[in-house]
Design a protein around this ligand. Structure first.
Ligand code: ADP
Length: 339
């Protein structure tokens, strides 16, 4: 049995519309029906579809039979981007095929935004460094006191740039390995205690105490030890930076249903308003940019945590109440359950 045009349209994955010589709709694929709910057989295309550029292109191809391509951006109800092919079909019909490129365009925009943000973040300390170099070469050349002061600031700014570059490199390294599951067997309690020891002096400086709470002496997970260290380094450092002064920070780990384990870092700081919470793991997102910079933040810490947790097929939960404090919980599979 010969295939009919409608059978072919029915099977096409792309949104596709067939138009007859008079510009009326002759058939369409299910994807086209979803995309343009007002499409109706025998009615003009313009009843269902409003984009003037596309309608003009279809009219041109109907008239001269030439194949044309165009790109259209549909903003409602959500932004979508299509590459559209308009081609002669049969003697006098026209076929319009929509290729949804929204995902690629979204990724492309994220990449462009990321480069713009990273450049901006690097340019700010660089501009300050260049300013001080100028001052030291000129007006402050022989002023010993001013020189020491400026050199101190320059050192801090260079360290900030170095931290930013380290974080950017970590992120790209983690992303490169995103699909390779970690294989080491690691004691998560050992990992957390190593970071607690390293950060105790910083906590003390801020008048904070770190209290570890563990229900066992070891807790094994399959993971990448260096990456797991980064998770708790970032979370505990954040608790110290943003956790308010004089309070205490609790870090813990415990087994939790079905061979899962949870590790958490909680503080009694000012907390985070609910509208910010879903965005905290975005690169360069900060609740308060100045506070983050003053604390030596790069805005990449939680993005790094999120990527590491994702590579470990784990979960990151952020629970916070304004005025009460925040708790960051990482859930991972226990080693015994991983094959
Ligand atoms: P940063 O380098 O700015 O610390 P992060 O990605 O680690 O970047 O964190 C993003 C933002 O999340 C911070 O700038 C801060 O506004 C907020 N934040 C992170 N941890 C906490 C916390 N424990 N308490 C309050 N706010 C926090």
């Amino acid at each position: 049995m010969a295939l009919r045009v409608n059978d072919i349209l029915e099977a096409l994955p792309q949104a596709t519309i067939l138009i007859d010589a008079d510009g009326a709709v002759e058939g369409f694929s299910p994807a086209a029906a979803r995309l343009f709910p007002f499409l109706k057989i025998d009615q003009p295309l313009s009843f269902a579809l409003r984009n003037p550029e596309l309608l003009d292109t279809v009219a041109l191809t109907l008239a001269d039979g030439k194949t044309r391509q165009l790109e259209i951006l549909d903003r409602l109800p959500v932004e979508r981007f299509f590459a559209v092919d308009v081609a002669r079909a049969g003697d006098s019909g026209t076929l319009v095929v929509f290729d949804d490129r929204s995902a690629g365009r979204h990724l492309e925009r994220m990449r462009v935004d990321f480069i713009a943000n990273a450049s901006h973040e690097l340019r700010t300390p660089l501009a300050s460094l260049m300013g001080f170099v100028e001052t030291l070469k000129g007006p402050a050349r022989n002023d010993v006191k001013a020189r020491d002061h400026f050199l101190g600031i320059m050192e801090a700014q260079s360290k900030r740039m170095a931290r930013l570059i380290d974080d950017l490199l970590s992120l790209s390294h983690i992303e490169l390995n995103a699909h390779v599951r970690p294989r080491e067997i690691v004691d998560i309690i050992g990992v957390i205690l190593q970071i607690v020891d390293a950060l105790k002096p910083l906590a003390k400086e801020r008048g904070l105490e770190i209290t570890p709470v563990f229900t066992a002496s070891t807790l094994m997970v399959i993971g990448d030890r260096d990456e797991l260290l980064r998770i708790f380094e970032n979370l505990i450092e954040n608790a110290i930076k943003y956790g308010g002064s004089g309070g205490s920070i609790e870090v813990g780990a415990a087994v939790y249903e079905n061979n899962q384990m949870r590790a958490w870092v909680s503080d009694k700081g000012p907390g985070i308003a609910p509208e910010h919470i879903p965005r905290l793991t975005e690169r360069f997102y900060r609740v308060d940019v100045a506070a983050s910079r003053d604390a030596g933040g790069t805005g990449l810490g939680l993005a790094i945590v999120k990527h590491i947790v994702a590579r470990h097929r784990g979960k990151l939960d952020i629970d916070s109440k304004v005025g009460k404090g925040s708790c960051f919980t990482v859930s991972l599979e226990q080693a015994s359950d991983v094959t």
